[in-house]
Ligand binder design. Structure first.
Ligand code: ZN
Length: 648
């Protein structure tokens, strides 16, 4: 397979600067991004019924039922584009119910009045974001047809508009804050059947949308962090994996607007923005390359089953030997070109085939998957394909294969014209995959079952007078109490972990405050590029780490390693981590080790006197870094050196 050298100056500069860790001028690229954050509220009951907001073990389900959903026209008479797309795949939905869910979740009873507690929390957040609350809250319906709600729509209510926050002193407008019901949780998918769990359906969410005022990936992270910090400062939001989800709208001047959904890890946002910039720049370069080559897409789908009669490919055997394919003229090397980490242009096409449950293979990557050289040759011959062309095959029965290949052809044609506007799904490594077209505007209509709620001045006043501490106040308090400098005080006061920070400082005495701040901010961020999922780390992990550190169980240098270990195995204790990483040491052995080092360097010590401690510490630290606190080691080394000097 030959790789394409993408010829595009903007892409080249961007990638080179990124690789060199150099400052990038994002205004050159014309980056515009906005965030949409969904946070579950920790209210006693759900948004439209009195069921509790707790998640259940799926095995405790007491009852299940089935539904078939169809795209229906909205009351405005239009069928949403995304909804229509979804309806192409006819699906059956299975719903799991519990003794903690009721007929409202099942869509057998109308929703009750909006939850008052949830309204109050959302108003509190709105005020913290300097927003203007609406006079009256109206519940609306938003069509969803993926089965994630039993009634076919999600209920949402606008609470406030026109807020403002700042990241790096750049103002970012907050367009809207809505109160919404969470969707049912997808728990299984097999063929055309999808299973959902109703325990999550109806948990109140606030949805906060910023304007597309974000101009750099770093700003995106800062805005997300600040929103997270403000939400947490209310003390009334749920914590833990899956309780906060971010969507990002991204566009670059020469590209298209794309919405990336379902980022669960706040710190991954920067990577996602960077990877989307690269994806779009590379798609532009691929488009130029394809047009230069005069590439074209042939719509002739051929039955290729004959070629694979005696194949040893498992994938093809499993499809009953059914193989269909198309030829993309002038596409050689294009499908094999990497456009995001671990994703090639072929993966983009494969996303479309996967919508119809079909896998895709192409001659850029073949022979592989048990397909032989000879079979590849015969594939090419069937299409009269030259070395410039790419043959794409799908192993599935005719109807499915044809649908899948038609979708692939449409995407390939787009590649020569423009970057498609689309909704994508965030992947754990910071890449993204195609999900569906961008939804259109005809998505909302009034929910007549839920009465509007008037927000009176008295209520607003009560919330206003009880707002949590502001960021500026907290910042000043940290400076005074912990003697932090501006940078560190700002960092932790804005950080989502500020409450945990205070808890650690209140619980353990002799712990350096700088270490705690760095650990909860920079250290966690630095672990992300190594592929460490720091979101699995919970408050108790940090409490344990600093608890153990306060008893000198290990040296502070080992904190990042312990975090890495626990992020991978969050069920284990810090003690176990210390043991497994090999940090547990016997102080007797440490003294003996230092003695050996000192004894071997007696001449050096006699020559340098007390100045020998520094160089000796270097040797000792290479052996014991992270295992024993550096200060303690320094003390032992100094004592041993003193003893040697006394010898004469
Ligand atoms: Zn209920």
């Amino acid at each position: 397979m030959y790789t394409i050298l993408l010829d595009n100056s903007l892409l080249f500069t961007y990638c080179v600067r990124r690789a060199m860790d150099e400052e990038i001028d994002h205004s050159e690229i014309g980056l515009k991004a906005g965030l949409e954050i969904h946070q579950q509220l920790d209210t006693r009951t759900k948004l439209f019924c009195n069921c509790p907001t707790t998640l259940r073990e799926k095995k405790d389900s007491t009852f299940a039922f089935k539904r078939y959903l169809r795209a229906s026209k909205s009351e405005m008479g239009e069928v949403d584009r995304a909804a229509r797309e979804e309806a192409k795949y006819s699906r059956t939905f299975m719903y799991k119910c519990y003794d903690s869910t009721c007929l409202v979740e099942n869509d057998e009873e109308p929703p009750r009045e909006l939850n008052r507690e949830a309204i109050d929390v959302s108003l509190e957040v709105a005020l913290l974001l300097n927003m203007n609350p609406v006079d009256e809250i109206h519940t609306m319906r938003k069509i969803v047809i993926d089965g994630s709600n039993t009634c076919g729509f999600q209920r949402t209510a606008l609470v406030a508009t026109d807020g403002l926050l700042s990241a790096d002193d750049v103002p970012v407008r907050v367009d809207s804050l809505c109160l919404e019901e969470d969707a049912a949780q997808k728990i299984e998918a097999e063929g055309s059947a999808v299973g959902y769990s109703l325990d999550r359906l109806g948990i109140p969410l606030v949805e906060i949308c910023t304007a597309p005022d974000i101009r750099t990936p770093e700003q995106a992270v800062k805005v997300a962090e600040q929103l997270g910090m403000i939400l947490r400062s209310t003390g009334k939001v749920k914590r833990g994996l899956g309780t906060i989800r971010q969507d990002i709208n991204i566009s670059i001047a020469a590209g298209a607007r794309v919405e990336i959904k379902g980022v669960q890890n706040l710190r991954l946002i920067g990577e996602i923005v960077k990877n989307e910039i690269v994806r779009q720049l590379k798609l532009i370069a691929l488009k130029e390359e394809l047009n230069k080559r005069g590439a074209r897409v042939e719509h002739r789908i051929k039955d290729l089953s004959g070629i694979f009669k005696a194949t040893s490919s498992r994938v093809i055997q499993k499809s009953g030997g059914n193989v269909f394919g198309v030829c993309l003229r002038g596409f050689s090397g294009v499908l094999g070109t990497e456009i995001q980490p671990e994703r090639r242009f072929g993966s983009e096409l494969a996303d479309f085939a996967a919508m119809y449950g079909a896998g895709l293979m192409h001659t850029d990557e073949l022979p592989a998957y048990g397909i032989s050289e000879d079979e590849v040759e015969r594939l090419k011959r069937t299409f009269d394909a030259t070395d410039n062309d790419c043959v794409v095959i799908v192993a599935a029965e005719r109807a499915r294969a044809e649908k899948a290949l038609k979708a692939v052809l449409r995407r390939a044609e787009d590649a020569m014209r423009e970057i498609p506007k689309e909704t994508r799904r965030a992947l754990p490594n910071g890449s993204s995959a195609y999900m569906r077209p961008l939804p259109g505007a005809a998505r909302m209509y009034p929910e007549t079952d839920v009465p509007p709620v008037n927000i009176d001045e008295q209520r607003l006043h009560a919330i206003k007078t009880n707002l949590p501490e502001t960021f500026a106040h907290r910042n000043a308090r940290y400076k005074e109490r912990f003697e932090l400098n501006d940078e560190l005080a700002d960092k932790i006061a804005r950080n989502i972990n500020f409450a945990l920070f205070e808890h650690i400082m209140d619980s353990y005495k002799n712990i350096p405050v700088t270490l705690v701040v760095r650990t909860l901010t920079d250290t966690l961020t630095e672990l992300i590029p190594d592929g460490i999922d720091v979101e699995t780390l919970e408050d108790h992990h940090f409490m344990d780490i600093f608890g153990q550190l306060s008893t000198n169980a290990f040296g502070k240098e080992a904190v990042p390693d312990i975090l890495k270990f626990l992020a991978k195995k969050p069920e284990l204790s810090v003690e176990k981590a210390i043991e497994e990483i090999g940090l547990s040491v016997n102080m007797g052995e440490v003294e003996r080790l230092i003695e050996n080092i000192v004894n071997a360097k007696k001449d050096f010590i006699k020559e340098k006197g007390a100045h020998a401690v520094g160089p000796l510490m270097g040797v000792v630290m290479t052996e014991l870094r992270g295992k024993v606190d550096g200060k303690l080691l320094n003390k032992i080394v100094a004592e041993k050196v003193k003893e040697v000097l006394k010898e004469d």
